[in-house]
Each structure stands twice: as structure tokens, then as C-alpha cells.
Design a protein around this ligand. Sequence first.
Ligand code: PLP
Length: 350
Amino acid sequence: MNAAIARVVADGPWILGPSVEAFESEFAAYLGANHVVGVGNGTDALAIAFTALDLPRGSGVLVAANEGGYAATAARLAGLVPVEVDVDEFTMVPTVEQAEAAASSAASATISALVVTHLHGEASDIRALDEWRRTRGFALIEDCAQAHGARLDGVHVGLSGDAATFSFYPTKNLGAIGDGGAIAFTDSSLAERARALRQYGWGERYRVEVAGGRNSRLDPLQAAVLSARLPFLDGRNTVRREISAAYRKAVVKSDARIHGNAETTVAHHSVIVTPQRDALAALLDSRGIQSAVHYPHTLSEMPGLEIAVGAEPSVAAGLRDRMLSLPSFPEMTDAEIAHVTDTLKEWANG
Ligand SMILES: *Cc1c(COP(=O)(O)O)cnc(C)c1O
């Protein structure tokens, strides 16, 4: 990785150029996508995807109540109205019924798109949602910022929709050493629009040809880091999956569950769902084990999003109070993993 960085520093260019192009084609090949466009971060990836799709200004984008606010923020950046949708208790993504309820509610703007967030690293089965949104004529954007490398039936997430977005924030499954993001497309004209939009809307240099542009380019230093790390992604995901499986085994006798399933998750977060969430968090803390809640607020609880509430997100609100993300990093030592699993076993049997 240091050699790759040194090469970019010495040879340049320091904006776009061959290191960015190399990573884009490597990541596209890895995913099985036709095109990848590197951008500044995962939020811009979503916003640029919305703009590339040319969704009607002021139209509504369905976003899941538990998605943390990223897609909702990006919708606002693109001049769209985020509309909150509740999620299923077990899959943690919207069902067709929930999406339909939000889309047809009085509060909703005219809907033009649906965002599915593959949350916590789970490759969500979105076939029914995909079929539904096609019948309604909605665009589909898959937010894969927590699911690099996750596969369903051997196929990478992000290939069902019109665009798939990724973040390379350092803690993501594929992380840079700063900000970074990307958008994967099947359609070449959408990819071309996104390439223009990430650089002021330029078609020809110095000529703004596509409206709604910004400056959001993947940094070549970050691209070089990502190229160096991509070959290790699957191996690191396997370690995350094993950590998550060890936690699942530790609580098997309790009424708690570990979200996701062993084949389809890349365990970005190892999420435990239990009514005793706060007591468990306190016990872990007393043993020196850090945990976190992803996310502590549903979208309608965040005033800055000015969210349109499609239908009361009661399931997401219930989950919010019962979820806890356990330590889940490929760098964890066996002793650290054992310390967490021992503590979980003691809690589950106590
Ligand atoms: C991290 C994340 C983002 C935002 O990515 P940034 O690179 O921080 O802008 C978007 N969506 C999800 C689900 C994320 O986890």
C-alpha cells in the first residue's frame, strides 16, 4: 500500500487519471458490474446517482426509516423529497406492503425512486421489491455502503437496480484511508452522466453540459489504496462472518438473535437484537467491550432531514430500542473475540 501511494505521489496525476481508472475497472470486474464511477464519498455517490437518473425535481424517494439518514440527506442534496418507509422486523428492509403504504400515503410527494440499503452487511433479498418498483415505474438505487462483497445466490448486491452506491469510509468493509465512494451502473449512458456530474457537469473540458454537477472525484491516492486492498476484501469478509457466527453460537440458548444469516452477510456490523439491549450494553461496557447502536434515531426523529413520513415507522422504532452492534472487525485477535463470546454466554445463560 505504501508503494502504491508513493507511486501516485511521484508520478501523479493528483486528480483522476490512471489510478482512479484502474480501481474503477478492478472494482467493476469484482462486482460483475458494467461500469464503476469513483466519487468523493458514499453520500455524494447517492446524490450523483439520483441526479444521473434525472428524477423529477421535488419528487419523492422512498428511504428506509432505519437507514441512518444518508440516503435521505443525499435525496435533499439532489433536490428530492425523502419519504420514510418502515422495515420488516427480521430482514430490516421494507416489504412490498410497507413500500406501497408509504408510496400511497397522503403525505408522500409523487414518488420517483426507491432506495434499498443493504444494512449491516446483509445481502437483502429484494427480488419482490424490485418487481414491485418496476410495475410502479420507480427507479431503484441500492445503497451498498455496508455490503461490499455481499452476495445473494452467488451474485453481488448492487446489480438489480439502476445504480448501486458504495462508501469507502475507513471503517467500511472496503475502506480507504480517508473519504471515498463509487457508483456502479449497468447502463453506460447513466455512467457517462455520473462521470460528468462528479466534475462540475463537464462533458467537454471546461464546458458544463449536464445540469446538477458538483465536484466529487475519487482521490487517486485513495484509489491506489483501494486497489491494494481489494484483493483482501473477500478474506476479510470471511473473518467478519466468522466473528458474527461465534456471537450467534454464544447466544443460541437465549431469546436474543444475531441479525443476518451466515451465507448472505458480510457482517459490517454484528447486530444483536434483544429486549435487554441496555443491560447488555452496560455489561459489555463494564468488561471493557465497546458497542454501539446503528442507528439510534429513525429518520422522522431527525429534524434536519425534514422527512416526509409515509407511514408510522413503528417496526423500525421498536428495533431501534432493541439493537446493539457488537465489535466486528477483521483485525480482532482471537483473545478479543473470546472475551466478547464469553461475556455473551455469561449474559445469555444468566
Ligand atoms: C457510510 C454510509 C454512507 C455514507 O458514506 P460516506 O462515505 O460517509 O458519505 C451511506 N450509506 C450507508 C448505509 C453508510 O453506511
